[in-house]
Design a protein around this ligand. Structure first.
Ligand SMILES: Cc1ncc(COP(=O)(O)O)c(C=O)c1O
Length: 422
């Protein structure tokens, strides 16, 4: 395909042509220019079972052949099977209500609508605020962005984003103070990622934080929403990120790993108690046209079955611990502030915008490291914002091999040296 045409594909073209990916297999992307690239970012930290799984493709084809589309409130075999699989094998037992969307942002938006509709149905419409976190990302719909603390992604739209308070990142007392400052009777929900992903590069909270947040929500009658779009479905070495702290939310949101990247699929999971007042009013929540799409549900079932059959959640835990140890050696480089994470969700925080000899304050050398790594045949996901201005996210498929891990560590190390010097 001629370069001019390819260059016109992104909304905002850059000087770099986007890669054209011809096919993908396991952890490898095959580019049209002949290069093989190790997908150590799992795309956007979505690909957990690896690329090229024909079982998933077959399941999608079979579902599509049978029923291409039905109205979302109607039900197909694939949807029934996915709901049952999630309820019986994946979700905490309290989360009995399962809805599907086309991705993370839609799911977050739906979770917020659920929380607001819950309180409206209880005759408490004044509970309308959703407390987010200072460093957080929940998606790009205007509501998901409004509850996100990702400054650079918000900046252009700040003037139109609804005003939702933000709690400090890892400080339960800060949340308590915020609840009192805002007036707990005005707060519908608190939302947070179990491990902060794109904003802060796999920032793991201190041990008691999640249970303190749960307690505060209970004390103030506030719903707790966990955003498992990145951390869910094995990414952190447990089924869900929140499982590390044994906390059960009132609403959980999933995406990415739910279909392993094979179809646009998000999920919203909640309790009978959250839904009951809405149902009692005889109301539902309006659907998206592609909610619970049968082919996407089929991809979800097939992906979850592979995770189960191949014990890939455990693989994420064990390989993640191994990879974390190998990557921690990078902390010997002056540019690496910290390497951290859980399972195969690993962040490499870089010093950024501090050393005048890179590009001066505000520079994003991390983006250069990502570009260097890609040039050397490894994709890692760029991360960082606010207090963690520059980071890399390593989130490969759980099928990554030992040799691939070696290559990944070596290329990341070389790329950091190429940008920052030794
Ligand atoms: C924690 C979290 N929530 C929500 C989203 C938004 O998901 P999507 O891009 O599928 O809309 C993302 C995407 O990166 C995410 O990491």
């Amino acid at each position: 395909m001629e370069e001019q045409r390819i260059a016109s594909f992104p909304f905002v073209p850059t000087n770099d042509l986007p890669p054209v990916v011809e096919r993908a297999e396991g952890c490898t992307l095959y580019f049209a220019d002949g290069r093989d690239v190790l997908d150590a970012g799992g795309g956007a930290v979505a690909v957990n079972i690896g690329h090229g799984r024909t079982e998933v493709a077959d399941a999608v084809a079979e579902a599509t052949r049978r029923v291409s589309y039905v109205l979302p409130p109607w039900v197909t075999e694939e949807r029934i099977a996915l709901v049952e699989l999630l309820r019986s094998r994946w979700l905490p037992s309290a989360l009995t209500r399962v809805g599907f969307t086309s991705g993370g942002s839609e799911s977050v938006d739906t979770a917020v609508r659920l929380a607001l509709a819950h309180f409206a149905a209880l005759g408490k419409p004044e509970r309308r605020k959703v407390i987010g976190r200072e460093a957080s990302y929940h998606g790009l719909t205007m509501t998901a962005l409004a509850i996100s603390g990702h400054q650079s992604r918000r900046s252009t739209f700040e003037h139109v984003l609804a005003d939702h308070p933000k709690m400090p990142v890892d400080d339960a007392e800060g949340l308590e103070k915020l609840l009192w400052d805002e007036g707990p009777e005005t707060v519908a929900a608190v939302i947070a990622e179990p491990v902060v992903g794109a904003t802060a590069g796999a920032l793991v909270p201190s041990d008691g934080w999640w249970s303190d947040v749960r307690t505060l929500c209970d004390q103030h009658g506030v719903l707790l929403i966990t955003d498992e779009v990145m951390t869910g479905f094995g990414r952190t070495g447990r089924q869900f990120g929140i499982d590390h702290w044994e906390v059960v939310p009132d609403i959980m949101v999933g995406g990415k790993g739910l279909s392993g990247g094979y179809a646009p699929l998000g999920g919203v999971f909640t309790t009978d108690e959250v839904v009951a007042p809405i149902a009692a009013q005889g109301e539902g929540l309006m659907f998206f046209t592609y909610s619970a799409h049968s082919a996407a549900c089929a991809a979800g079932i097939a992906a979850l079955k592979i995770l189960e059959d191949e014990d890939l959640v455990v693989a994420s835990a064990t390989k993640g611990a191994d990879l974390l140890e190998r990557l921690r050696r990078l902390e010997g480089h002056y540019a690496v502030r910290e390497v951290r994470g859980l399972g195969l969700m690993i962040g490499i925080e870089l010093v950024a915008g501090m050393s005048g000899d890179i590009d001066g304050p505000g520079a994003r050398p991390g983006a250069k490291v990502v570009a260097e790594a890609l040039r050397r045949g490894v994709w890692v996901y760029p991360a960082g914002d606010g207090n963690v201005p520059d980071a890399l996210l390593v989130g490969p498929p759980f099928t990554i091999t030992d040799v691939e891990m070696d290559r990944l560590v070596q290329v990341v190390a070389e790329s950091i040296s190429a940008v920052y010097g030794d």
